[in-house]
Design a protein around this ligand. Structure first.
Ligand code: PMP
Ligand code: GLN
Length: 386
């Protein structure tokens, strides 16, 4: 065993495992969350121009290409009324994933404690462990995944950081303003740093996205993370960023400079142009995704699943208990052969094995014909079993 002990427990990510299974079996992949349609062609053209016009094929500045940093600061002001400094208050990263890792490595001391809500995006526990810190977990339970504010308040004393994700992966929950106000009070009362993962900020179908940083007392203690991958359907470009007060962004930068320094320069130029016009690009995507959500939810219901309807993001969670199944991981491993579909066991995102034991996550960021075929296969398979 040569992997360092702090990483050994994490193994291979569930996304890698399930996408490999999809590739091997030829099943429809509703597991890993990536769109099967590219984003707007004009954003692709902007990359081509940046590649060919000279000056964009070498290292970007550490903070990021200036136009992108300015576009991020403008976006935060325009959309949310948040003032961030485009130089010291913005850091471009290799996807939101690097921003998350650099936040943990740059902000946490060994043995610090970090409050996270489960089910959690898998990189949070892994990067908390890489920083030598430990997690305190507050559990969200189906079918509505409501936040128990008392449990959060009980977990907070003595912790250093809260990691929050809304719209939430894997549940699709969009936290309400009232919930966020309660969370803000816990952060202020316990002097927590808040790291908020808002990669699905533009993909809200019901309710509204409220950045935690906009609430009283939070601007100065919140690091806000986002990414172009989800907003513009270019998950492979890995252009992410964080923004917030210079002392928090500076800590991220300290770590980031030694992780990858800087990169993706032509993509950064294109994302800068896209962000200036974010709403125009994102509105059709949001409408398409909402239709995909409704199509998949209806199909899953018809196939006999319990369905937890998401308010935002890429994913719907389905309960397999009504189908007579008891273990999501086993069920997902057998699904390609049984039905020709790949999905992710939501239990992979819980420490509490019981809490998510019968939940399965399906992605709906796929073409309507693909969702239709997947649903037909699931229906046929549930009829065979019944
Ligand atoms: N956070 C969440 C909640 C995600 O779902 C994802 C993956 N899509 C990421 C972070 C990583 O984003 P990126 O691909 O920009 O690294
Ligand atoms: N965010 C994507 C998901 O939740 C996967 C990203 C990854 O493979 N790490 O499916």
């Amino acid at each position: 065993m040569t992997t360092a002990s702090r990483l050994r427990a994490f193994g291979t990510t569930i996304f890698t495992e399930m996408s490999a299974l999809a590739a091997r079996s030829g099943a429809i992949n509703l597991g890993q969350g990536f769109p099967d349609t590219d984003g707007p062609p004009e954003i692709v053209t902007a990359v081509e121009s940046a590649l060919r016009n000279g000056g964009a094929n070498q290292y970007a500045p550490l903070a990021g290409v200036r136009d992108l940093c300015v576009a991020i600061a403008d976006h935060q002001r325009r959309r949310y009324g948040l003032e961030v400094d485009p130089q010291d208050g913005v850091q471009v990263t290799f996807g939101a994933t690097e921003a998350i890792a650099a936040a943990m490595l740059g902000l946490l001391e060994p043995d610090d404690e970090v409050v996270v809500l489960e089910p959690f995006y898998d990189s949070y526990p892994a990067t908390i462990a890489m920083a030598g810190a430990t997690r305190r977990v507050v559990t969200l339970r189906p079918p509505d995944f409501a936040l128990d504010l008392d449990a959060l308040a009980a977990a907070a004393p003595g912790a250093r950081m809260l990691v929050l994700n809304s719209p939430h992966n894997p549940t699709g929950r969009v936290l309400t303003r009232a919930e966020l106000e309660g969370i803000a009070r816990v952060c202020v009362d316990n002097e927590l740093i808040a790291v908020t993962d808002e990669v699905y900020e533009h993909l809200v179908f019901d309710g509204e996205h409220v950045p935690l940083a906009t609430l009283p007392g939070m601007t100065e203690r919140t690091l806000t993370i986002s990414s172009a991958g989800k907003s513009f359907s270019f998950t492979g470009w890995k252009i992410g960023w964080c923004s917030g007060p210079p002392q928090l962004v500076g800590a991220v930068r300290s770590a980031k400079q030694f992780l990858s320094f800087s990169g993706g320069t032509p993509f950064q130029h294109a994302v800068a142009a896209a962000l200036v016009d974010a709403e125009r690009h994102v509105a059709p995507l949001r409408a398409t995704l909402q239709a995909g959500r409704d199509q998949l939810c209806a199909g899953l219901r018809a196939a006999g699943f319990g369905v937890c309807v998401p308010q935002g993001g890429y994913f719907v969670n389905a309960d397999i208990a009504p189908l007579g199944a008891a273990d999501a991981r086993e069920w997902c491993r057998a699904l390609p052969e049984r039905a020709g579909v790949v999905a992710i066991p939501t239990s992979a995102f819980y420490d509490d094995a019981e809490a998510g034991r019968t939940l399965v996550r399906f992605a709906f960021c796929k073409r309507p014909s693909v969702i239709e075929e997947a649903v037909a296969r699931l229906l046929a398979s549930s009829r065979r079993v019944a």
